[in-house]
Design a protein around this ligand. Structure first.
Ligand SMILES: [Mn+2]
Length: 315
């Protein structure tokens, strides 16, 4: 099966380079670096590298390696948590000898010589722990550092075990992971530490969201607002969940204006929204997606499409 193949490939190669998606989140870092730590701990003589754009807000989890192009020669490349090739951070990913994809997003782009995609998994970090369990008898070993990273990834992608993607398996793996020695309190403090300007933008979103009859909520954050709150467009990603608890909201969209485009973050409590996302240059999970539009007129169309999805859901 595919898990055997992946473990055997890991054993076969002396150099392994691990990538993940652009604009990383804790699951991207957690699965990427967690896997690297497992491989390094199991096979200390191997050269294992993690690459991609550095995100200062996640540097408490890991710092990326800087490697030369020639390192890719005869290397095994593994990409974690990334649905399509365009989203892979560091486009040298194709320079290796073989490529493996490990992911939990809908399989829109089946890249790689070996591909393991499980959309039922809460996170790619959960899949990496499963890979470890499977590979234990084949020589894989986990340590505290790996456990801490995988745990962060699971916590991040499940919204602290709140989202419906948290399964019995998620909890089982999490309960295994917390038996390792790492400081959970410190980890949570780092993951959920909120900067003051972000807290104020959160207040703005809560004051200014709109809501329709069918339960579609939307908020528009213009370039001027970002400037006023001194926030970068990418920093708004942590705020997408704030409308989730509000009575009457079934699906919501946060529109963030960047230089050349408007980024849309979509969430839902039931109606499937990734098809709407796909219509607007995006995609993702059925209940959590992203899209891109190019003017505010398109925003109205997108909201109308969400409205339809919510109406259909009610019937
Ligand atoms: Mn993920």
């Amino acid at each position: 099966m595919v898990l055997d193949t992946i473990v055997n490939k890991i054993k076969e190669y002396d150099t392994i380079i691990i990538h993940r998606h652009v604009r990383p989140d804790p699951d991207a870092y957690g699965s990427q670096v967690g896997l690297a730590k497992i491989i390094q701990h199991s096979f200390p003589y191997k050269n294992v590298y993690t690459v991609g754009d550095e995100d200062p807000s996640l540097s408490f989890l890991a710092i990326m390696d800087q490697i030369k192009e020639e390192t890719y020669r005869n290397a095994l490349v593994i990409v974690c948590d990334t649905a399509n090739q365009a989203r892979i951070s560091d486009d040298r990913f194709s320079f290796g000898k073989e490529l493996i994809k490990i992911d939990h997003h809908p399989n829109v782009d089946t890249y790689g010589d070996v591909s393991w995609v499980n959309t039922e998994a809460s996170s790619t970090s959960e899949m990496i722990y499963e890979l470890f369990l499977h590979g234990k008898s084949m020589g894989l070993k986990c340590n505290d550092e790996a456990a801490s990273l995988l745990y962060s990834g699971i916590v991040g992608d499940t919204g602290r075990f709140l989202f419906p993607s948290s399964t019995e398996k998620t909890f089982r793996y999490a309960s295994d992971l917390v038996t390792y020695n790492f400081n959970r309190t410190e980890l949570y403090e780092q993951m959920y530490n909120t900067k003051q300007n972000i807290a104020r933008l959160k207040g703005y979103i809560l004051q200014n969201f709109e809501i329709s009859e069918a339960g579609v909520s939307s908020v528009k954050i213009t370039k001027d607002k970002l400037k006023e709150f001194q926030i970068t467009a990418s920093e708004t990603s942590s705020l997408v969940g704030v409308l989730g608890d509000i009575d009457g909201i079934r699906a919501w969209a946060i529109f963030v204006e960047e230089e050349e485009l408007i980024r849309v973050r979509l969430r839902s409590k039931g109606p499937v929204i990734n098809e709407v996302a796909a219509k607007y240059n995006g995609g993702g999970h059925p209940l959590a997606s992203g899209a891109t539009i190019y003017n505010w007129a398109e925003m109205q169309q997108l909201i109308a499409d969400l409205e339809q999805v919510c109406l259909d859901y009610r019937v």
